[in-house]
Write a protein that binds this ligand. Structure first.
Ligand code: HEM
Length: 263
């Protein structure tokens, strides 16, 4: 099943061009949702104003080479390994889900645009698609059941759902129904496979159509903020924040009372 291209079988029922239009529509939904979100929150205006203000208090002039080095290091380390989440389960779960989703999306685009017209896909591409979906499920369900702040730190039950959960739940629904559809289709269970396929499509519409209301756009904002933060560190402007105090850390005994997890 892992090496079977589910979109090739589907193409006998739904023409390949319709699947391609669907993917294009989803990309447009991301652009519109993120654009509206930026207009509503005015976060990008704030971001650029802040960056310009910080530039005025820069202590070192960064050469193009130095800037490129800072950006590359940020992309590989901070963004590529979600270093913001520190060492531990939270980061591991995020990295699993993030790379899983990237593989799943790239796999979907390649299979739909290149291999749904009867051309047989090399078996590693459907494997990448399935592996991506499985990794998304592993990282996502781990986060949902055990790591979410309201569950792990605030003792809310895992089944309590709020609007902010739209992103993670829609992402998990896409990956889960995608796997279930592919499995039932290759097992010849046609009616059940159509049900899972419908759920797969509906969850994609929720995921991409919900960008304005969900946390989807953090995958664009977070990298931008990480690059700006590291450039501000390198040019000495430090986002107009004071440098760390050159003094011993004294937090009092209270800090030893409990593991810090009320973030
Ligand atoms: C394909 C790309 C990405 C996917 C699929 C993804 C997925 C997710 C998901 C599902 C969550 C949990 C959302 C929630 O709180 O309900 C999350 C949270 C988070 N993401 Fe991402 N993300 C991506 C890219 C990034 C990038 C590039 C960064 C940073 C550079 C980042 C940093 C974070 C942080 C700091 C959190 C909060 C984690 C926590 O509360 O434990 N993400 N992400």
């Amino acid at each position: 099943m892992l090496s079977t291209n589910p979109f090739a079988d589907l193409a006998t029922v739904i023409p390949a061009f319709l699947m391609q239009y669907f993917v294009i529509a989803m990309v447009l939904l991301i652009i519109v949702g993120t654009g509206l979100d930026m207009l509503h929150k005015k976060n990008v205006i704030y971001f650029f104003r802040n960056a310009q203000k910080a530039k005025k208090s820069a202590k070192n002039e960064l050469t193009t080479g130095k800037k490129t080095a800072v950006i590359l290091k940020t992309v590989v380390h901070d963004i590529g390994t979600t270093s913001e989440l520190g060492w531990g389960k939270r980061r591991l779960a995020h990295v699993l889900g993030m790379y899983g989703t990237i593989l799943f999306w790239i796999g979907s685009a390649v299979l739909i645009f290149k291999y749904s017209d009867g051309t047989v896909a090399p078996s590693y591409i459907p494997i990448v698609w399935h592996l991506g979906a499985i990794m998304t499920c592993l990282g996502g369900y781990w986060f949902w059941f055990f790591l979410r702040v309201d569950v792990s730190a605030e003792a809310h039950p895992w089944y309590r759902i709020i609007t902010a959960d739209l992103f993670v739940l829609a992402l998990l629904a896409c990956a889960t129904f995608g796997i279930a559809w592919s499995f039932t289709q290759s097992a010849g269970m046609s009616i059940i496979s159509y049900i899972f396929f419908t759920l797969f499509i509906v969850s994609n519409i929720f995921l991409f159509g919900g960008v304005y209301w969900s946390k989807f756009a953090h995958m664009f904002y977070k990298p931008g903020a990480a690059i700006q933060k590291n450039l501000a560190e390198a040019d000495g402007s430090r986002d107009n924040l004071p440098p760390p105090a050159d003094a011993p850390k004294q937090f009092g005994l209270g800090i030893k009372r409990e593991e810090p997890k009320h973030y």
